[in-house]
Design a protein around this ligand. Structure first.
Ligand code: AMP
Length: 216
């Protein structure tokens, strides 16, 4: 299964992505996570990416596409993959098409999740993360057992710079201008599945599974 999951930041893509990769046993490729890893490892690319990420801007296409090209050469993507947060503009969508064509493969599904802006802002600005294990919590919707502390490893939770309200608003603006047109790109190319992201995790997953032709 080769899947892309799209939608504005905070729509719940990451959560649905986790369920899908578990179901299909495919790697979850999140360019945002790759950039954060590269930064944590103090790589040059990671440091450059961090500058853009902190401002809520997109990392330049040449860097992003190169990272994806490299990732697609790994053995584990032979059985499929799920892209989360990529492609983020038309140029990246075209670059991905080329990479897949070279491998003689193509996408099976593009899932587009939607939600109103104000809900997204509430969801993201309440998000807290563990920098040690990557676990994500929410101050109202997914509280850790002990306030401000990761359930898995006891690390103090933090709010990412790019989750601050002003940054979220900028990210949403960039999403509208640059990423939303990608939906039109895939609509023209074939099937795209639209899912209302304001529903519960269970409802979202049930709809996605149904649209992908899974019955159980
Ligand atoms: P995410 O975790 O997907 O929200 O990504 C966090 C940040 O990483 C984004 O706000 C961008 O700055 C950067 N980023 C992630 N994926 C991409 C991409 N495909 N193209 C450009 N920048 C990206």
């Amino acid at each position: 299964m080769r899947i892309i999951i799209m939608g504005p930041p905070g729509v719940g893509k990451g959560t649905e992505a986790e369920l899908l990769v578990k179901h299909y046993q495919i790697p979850h490729i999140s360019t945002g996570n790759i950039f954060r890893e590269l930064y944590k490892d103090r790589t040059t690319v990671g440091k450059i990416a961090k500058e853009y990420i902190s401002r809520g801007e997109l990392v330049p296409d040449d860097i992003t596409n190169e990272i994806v090209r490299h990732r697609l050469n790994h053995q584990d993507v032979k059985k499929g993959f799920l892209f989360d947060g990529y492609p983020r503009n038309i140029e990246q969508a075209k670059a991905l098409d080329e990479m897949l064509a070279k491998q003689g493969t193509k996408l099976d599904a593009v899932i587009n999740m939607t939600a109103p802006e104000e809900l997204i802002i509430e969801r993201i600005s309440g998000r807290r993360v563990c920098e040690t294990c990557g676990a994500v919590y929410h101050i109202h919707n997914k509280k850790p057992k002990q306030e401000g502390i990761c359930d898995h490893d006891g690390t103090q939770l933090i709010q990412r710079n790019d989750d601050l309200e002003a940054t979220v608003r900028r990210r949403l603006r960039i999403y509208k201008n640059q990423t939303a047109p990608v939906i039109g790109y895939y609509e023209k190319a074939g099937a795209i599945i639209h899912i209302n992201g304001t529903q519960s995790i269970k409802e979202v997953d049930a709809q996605v599974m149904k649209a992908l032709g899974e019955t159980n």
